[in-house]
Design a protein around this ligand. Structure first.
Ligand code: EPZ
Length: 421
């Protein structure tokens, strides 16, 4: 087991390069199952969730070729015989459910373990399954597995009662090879949905309207391989923006732009941070003291739920009181108790957290509970007085590539260490 140890108190200064987007690379890797020839991908981040996905693709019979230091990936996945996503893989990464759309569309069959609960909420996949049934799939649940069969999926009009990112992606992939037209209403508008649609269209699919709440897919007979470079990770970008603002530093985030960060930019400027965009990237300068402001999470283009934990770490030492409302997941405040152990003043009332800014946080041993909560605890450690030890950092390695190296390069005193006992 490993931990990350941080000695707080140094403003971040310098430049950081953002890795490829985890939440774009995952659906795109599963979409490679749809092609009759191999796909070649660039800017895939080297993360635990990517390794899990590659293991699952190989289990299904796909052949994976990795370029030098993960610089490129080639996936050939034609003529698969084994169409099952097993529990031991799905339980470690719920996004494995994205295998279902491609397998149903191409092989008319899929057997996928139900993901089960997750730290931040129940996170059911009922909307994915309901959509597949509307497209003619026969779905049954037995022994914790979803058995799905479909003699050639049919296009359908699907209205998602809740905006679901992977639900939109799963059904979009299935619809590329379905018979006729599929219309997705109340679709997710996240940039990662757009990146997936662009990749599918390079493979010969006909996907229109990605990035809006209505996506139309005209089914085609087959898809071929394609080349694609995955977009940078906007959640990592935002995490470094908040770290710069929180530590009162000045950081240039290279290969970054504000296109997909408008909601966060507005809120960070309200706290007093200065944000400018130039040809080199995004520059963020943190104020002496942060102003406390309220946020409410929402689907894109609203304030992303994946920024909520990191923002709470900022508000813990802001001047004033901040009200944080989490509308997407029912249990995404577990970082709050850990911040309280560092001296934060946070009261949880249902979907709302009331954060009264304190003068300073004190370093302490804390426990990560999920991916973005781990990032929030690292940010808190960067400003806390003394040493903070973040435990269970396998959560952070799921979604951030070399995070402690990137922070060290910005002047933070941070290192990875073995947990003795
Ligand atoms: C995606 O998860 C992201 N993961 C999450 O990022 C992100 O937090 C989330 O979208 C919201 O933006 C990936 O893209 C791999 P949802 P997803 O389906 O698709 C409910 C991270 O940190 N719902 O948009 O699983 C669900 O319970 C991760 O990288 C149903 O009720 O989220 C939730 O309350 C964490 N039934 C809401 O919709 C369904 O069938 C939004 O979930 C599907 C979803």
């Amino acid at each position: 087991m490993q931990k990350i140890v941080i000695e707080g108190g140094r403003p971040l200064k310098g430049e950081v390069e953002i890795s490829g987007s985890k939440n774009s690379a995952l659906p795109i890797l599963f979409a490679s199952l749809l092609g009759n020839t191999s796909v070649s991908l660039k800017n895939i981040p080297h993360l635990r969730d990517i390794d899990t996905t590659l293991r699952l693709l190989e289990k299904l019979g796909a052949k994976i070729k990795k370029g030098f230091r993960f610089s490129s990936l080639e996936v050939s996945a034609n003529g698969l015989r084994h169409l099952e996503a097993p529990y031991d893989l799905v339980r470690t990464m719920r996004a494995s459910v994205l295998v279902m759309g491609p397998l149903l569309a191409k092989y008319e069959r899929a057997r996928v373990s139900l993901p089960g609960g997750c730290a931040i909420g129940a996170r059911p996949i009922n909307l994915h399954l309901k959509a597949f049934e509307q497209m003619g799939a026969k779905i049954s649940i037995e022994g914790g597995y979803v058995e799905a069969k479909a003699k050639h999926l049919q296009g359908a009009r699907i209205n998602f009662e809740t905006v679901t990112v992977t639900g939109t992606e799963n059904v979009m992939m299935a619809a590329t090879l379905a018979k006729g037209e599929t219309v997705l209403e109340n679709a997710a508008r996240e940039p990662e949905v757009i990146d997936l649609a662009n990749f599918l269209n390079k493979m010969g699919a006909k996907v229109y309207g990605a990035g809006t709440d209505t996506i139309i897919i005209d089914g085609v007979d087959e898809l071929k391989g394609a080349e694609h470079t995955v977009i940078p990770d906007r959640i990592e970008m935002g995490t470094f923006m908040m770290a710069a603002a929180l530590t009162g530093g000045s950081v240039l985030i290279k290969n970054a732009d504000l296109t997909f960060l408008e909601a966060l930019r507005v809120k960070l400027e309200e706290t007093g941070a200065k944000i400018s965009q130039n040809t080199q990237g995004l520059r963020i300068e943190g104020p002496k003291t942060l102003k406390a402001i309220d946020i409410i999470t929402a689907p894109f283009p609203g304030f992303a739920t994946d920024f909520q934990a990191q923002f709470m770490a900022m508000m813990a030492v802001a001047h004033g009181t901040s009200v944080i409302t989490e509308t997407i997941f029912e249990n995404r405040f577990m970082h709050a108790q850990e911040l309280v152990r560092m001296g934060a003043d946070i009261k949880i009332e249902g979907k709302t957290a009331v954060v009264k800014g304190v003068k300073k946080l004190s370093g302490a041993p804390v426990m990560a509970s999920d991916l973005r909560a781990s990032a929030a605890l690292i940010l808190a450690g960067l400003v806390a007085e003394g040493l903070t030890e973040v435990h269970r950092i396998y959560h952070i390695d799921r979604g951030y590539e070399n995070i402690e190296k990137k922070f060290r390069k910005l002047g933070a005193r941070i290192k990875r260490a073995k947990v003795k006992y």
